[in-house]
Write a protein that binds this ligand. Structure first.
Ligand code: DC
Length: 228
């Protein structure tokens, strides 16, 4: 009998600061899956658009940037046209830019195609906003992580502090709310849980517990080896 060729896909969606990338990284390390941070791809498009002078309101120009762009994941590093942009895409300016370019259908089409191609190479855990709803509606496991806005703002504030930035907490909260609002209300692929997603509120859950719960859900869904 032929072995099933399809790889396992774990889709993690949710708003900024819900813990998606921490959980995705831990799951990738534990199960040997590739982690694809789809938000980093939207951030890379925003960075490339800024550097190439394409305005964030120029939908056609942004779609062209997204179609041409070469984004690679090398371990925890993100390469744009072969250059390491891992740190450069983490600024508040690029976060807002990513949320703006992400509302352009042509940008989403281009990145959705690249995300699907990346998942043909092996098991993946991909986090983002539309992974379980649009990119992989047939993923073996779909998760929607959420947390109270105050908690998410605090987490983002500490992330930025650890990068040597010193924004004020109200400023961080305001930027996060603006981005969430844009991501949830856009016409194309808005942020929302897939109908069959497992919803986890991480406000009061220690991250280790969230990871344990997700790991248990993956084990339940892993196919038994098909024997010849
Ligand atoms: O996950 P992140 O904060 O790095 O994402 C940055 C922005 O990219 C986010 O505000 C919305 C957009 N995004 C998206 O629209 N769809 C995805 N699958 C991932 C991110």
């Amino acid at each position: 009998m032929e072995k099933c060729a399809r790889f396992m896909i774990v889709a993690i969606d949710g708003p900024a600061g819900a813990g998606k990338s921490t959980v995705a990284k831990a799951i990738a390390a534990q199960f040997g899956f590739q982690h694809i941070d789809s938000g980093a791809m939207y951030r890379a498009v925003a960075l490339a658009a800024r550097d190439q002078g394409a305005g964030w309101k120029d939908a056609d120009g942004l779609a062209r940037v997204a179609a041409r762009i070469r984004i690679e994941f090398e371990g925890a590093r993100i390469l744009l046209e072969g250059l390491d942009v891992t740190q450069e895409i983490r600024t508040p300016e690029i976060a807002q830019g990513a949320s703006i370019v992400a509302s352009v259908p042509g940008v989403r089409d281009a990145l959705t195609g690249q995300q699907r191609a990346l998942a043909r190479r092996g098991d993946v855990v991909m986090d983002g906003r539309d992974i379980g709803t649009v990119v992989f509606p047939h993923a073996e496991l779909k998760l929607y992580l959420d947390a109270a806005t105050d908690e998410r703002a605090e987490r983002r504030y500490h992330d930025l502090e650890s990068q040597g930035r010193h924004p004020s907490l109200p400023e961080v909260r305001q930027e996060l709310e603006l981005r969430d609002q844009r991501d949830k209300t856009r016409a194309t692929a808005p942020l929302r849980p897939a109908p069959d997603a497992v919803i986890l509120d991480t406000t009061k859950l220690p991250v280790e517990e969230v990871i344990q719960r997700v790991a248990a859900l993956i084990r339940e869904r892993q196919r038994p080896e098909v024997r010849p």
